[in-house]
Design a binder for this molecule. Sequence first.
Ligand code: SF4
Length: 372
Amino acid sequence: MSTTNEKKPIIDPFGTTIIEDYNHLYEEFGIQPFRPLLNQVPNPSMYMRRNVVFGHRDLQCVLEAMKNHKDFAVMSGIKPTGEFHLGTLMTAREVIYFQNQGATAFYCIADVEAYEDNKISFERSQKFAVGNVADLLALGFNPKTGYIYQQSKERRVQDLAIIFGRGATLATMKAIYGERHIGLYLSALIQAGDILMPQLKDFDGPKPTVVPVGVDQDPHLRLTRDLAAKFRRKYNFILPSSTVHKIMKGLDGSPKMSKRNPTSYFTLHETPEAIAKKISNAFTGGRDTVEEQRNFGGNPEKCPVYELDMYQFVEDDDKVIQTYHDCKSGKLLCGEHKNQTTETVLKFVKNHRRERRKFLDKAREILQNSQT
Ligand code: SF4
């Protein structure tokens, strides 16, 4: 039950998202809790095990398909506005997780949205896209059972967006996205096309499709599910499902990592010195003095350094739990923990970059062959 001093969550895929309590989202937006499904999920990812994936929409039909070895798809993508960062790392890994469980995987380079939302020209986004696709491949995406494409070159997505335009009134778009320029409404319709394209005849028709999203992207799922229901008779669409993950806090203590605020995040392609400096200067949940920390312990729940471990960089659950308790008990100090996390992050980044170099040519080839 909400109290008057609790702030209402704000979810805006084109702007600010502020969530103080994820539990509100179950009541307010109809997102379903993920935790009760955990024991039905084969080989759950660390995001799932750690409740970073905290919600879903209709995931049961995808789980049924997985269990019965039926066709299903996973779909997500990236806005090519820069290098891979920790948010895009999360969705890429989630796509790869479902691909490894048998899904046909679709990964979209959302260059129309990058143009409409971030004013990035198509020429510029093409350059970022090559690096982004190489990152995806280096993380383990298999192009043999997956389809990578650019929105601006994928005619099937554009056709769906045109058709969906008849199913969305201005009032609906305003209710979901607020008052925006028409280009953003158009890019939302194109995203609906992205999400439903895996169900077209060209890709063997209707099938359960899961879209792993950060909670800030949930409005696109609401719109697309509405459109899928409206156009069900024509296409026989199955309403798309989603998994919904939490958003990482900014390293500077802000509620969310944001490109508008470079000290709040790092990309996988900044220099090791720059990454180390950002972690070293990060806000923590620690106390003002060493003595206080030893006596009263820190607060990992509020700490972005703990989130780096827990969300992304420490695979071993026991190790994460140990860090939590060592922080709470005052055994672990922030300086020591920041050094450990920096070492772990830089090791990952170094290995990842080495792998990524091997995939740059393949990434160029995939994008060149993108449909027009
Ligand atoms: S010890 Fe680590 S987890 Fe605890 S507050 Fe400090 S940096 Fe955060």
